[in-house]
Write a new protein. Structure first.
Length: 351
């Protein structure tokens, strides 16, 4: 619509310029120019200590569209679009873009760390991020670019979360449901229970006014979109799901979990015999098994699928995908309880 409005305006301006030429009145569009971009730092070392502090800011002057007869022929204030571009290459052959409506942008240590990790920077290693501002007035016109800012960033390894305000958390101002990136590398996961048509978004912080908010692309439900044009994310069906989000690839996915099953030598390693039941109020999966043989231990399979087998590498009650068999010390009847409600750590108990 902006492009159409601008096209009509420019066409009108041309016609008016032609019709007014005899009177000496030519409509001229101005203010579309290369922006001047400034930054408050050139080198930032990030850590847990400065994660909550403002560590970096960008400011720019992108100009303001106007014409010689603006009192007679106005132009939309939204015709000029400014977009920050971030890249690890000075050619900007691959970019991460964020549309901005103001003339500045500030980052806390945590927000800048999330940005650096989303660009693929390694923790503990200094690397350069190239930043510029793109100014556009229509899809069929050539964009203009600002000067390039070079920022050296050293990201830190952190357990990062994406919060999920909306129906899953009980409101758009609540952040009780979340997924976790245990390596802080932009790849998140977690288990959630959802009803059909539940809506939500992902946010990097427990706030609607800071951090980065990810919705879905208007053209692809499973493509993450951090622009002002983003839509809500929703579930087409209800159930219990493994949610994954990747802020590097800007994708998210859900896998419906139809059940969890305990398998081992005691049931011939059958993947679908000993089914666990889910208590929605307590958010716990439970099953009671008569384990007669214990030599090789047990595994817990999601959907009875060996590709989704959970074990315990450290014998500490923490479940990991592809982990070692869970040790059972002696034959007996055991109640096995699994808690997947905390995406930072999946746990189990055996009694």
């Amino acid at each position: 619509m902006k492009s159409l409005n601008l096209y009509i305006f420019l066409l009108l301006a041309t016609l008016l310029g032609t019709s007014c030429e005899n009177d000496g009145d030519r409509v001229v569009l101005s203010g579309f120019q290369e922006a001047e971009l400034k930054a408050t730092a050139t080198n930032v070392v990030l850590s847990n200590e400065n994660s909550g502090k403002l560590v970096f800011s960008l400011m720019w002057d992108a100009g303001q569209l106007q014409n010689t007869y603006s009192e007679r022929y106005g132009i939309s204030a939204t015709a000029l679009t400014t977009t920050l571009q971030f890249s690890t290459q000075n050619t900007f052959s691959e970019v991460k873009e964020v549309v901005e409506t103001s003339s500045s942008k500030s980052y806390t240590g945590k927000a800048l760390n999330s940005l650096a990790l989303s660009l693929g920077l390694e923790t503990g290693k200094a690397a350069t991020i190239f930043i510029r501002l793109k100014s556009s007035i229509a899809a069929n016109t050539q964009s203009l670019f600002s000067n390039v800012i070079e920022l050296t960033v050293t990201p830190y390894e952190e357990i990062a979360f994406l919060y999920m305000p909306g129906d899953l958390s009980g409101g758009w101002d609540k952040y009780t449901t979340k997924v976790c990136s245990r390596a802080g590398n932009g790849e998140y996961e977690g288990f959630v229970e959802a009803a059909q048509w539940n809506n939500f978004k992902f946010t990097t912080e427990m706030s609607s006014t800071s951090g980065i908010t990810y919705g879905s692309s208007p053209t692809d439900l499973y493509a993450l979109d951090d622009s002002k044009d983003q839509w809500n994310i929703w579930f087409e069906e209800g159930g219990y799901f493994l949610i994954k989000a990747n802020t590097n690839a800007m994708k998210w996915s859900k896998t419906a979990i139809t059940g969890f099953y305990v398998t081992g030598e005691f049931n011939g390693w059958n993947p679908t015999v000993n089914a666990m039941t889910y208590d929605s109020a307590k958010k716990l999966w439970t099953v009671t098994c008569n384990i007669t043989t214990t030599l090789y231990g047990i595994q817990i399979l999601a959907n009875g699928d060996w590709a989704m087998a959970y074990g315990d590498d450290n014998k500490n009650g923490e479940l990991t995908l592809g982990g070692a068999n869970i040790v059972i010390n002696e034959p007996g009847t055991y109640t096995i309880t699994m808690d997947l409600s905390n995406p930072e750590k999946y746990t189990y108990t055996i009694k």
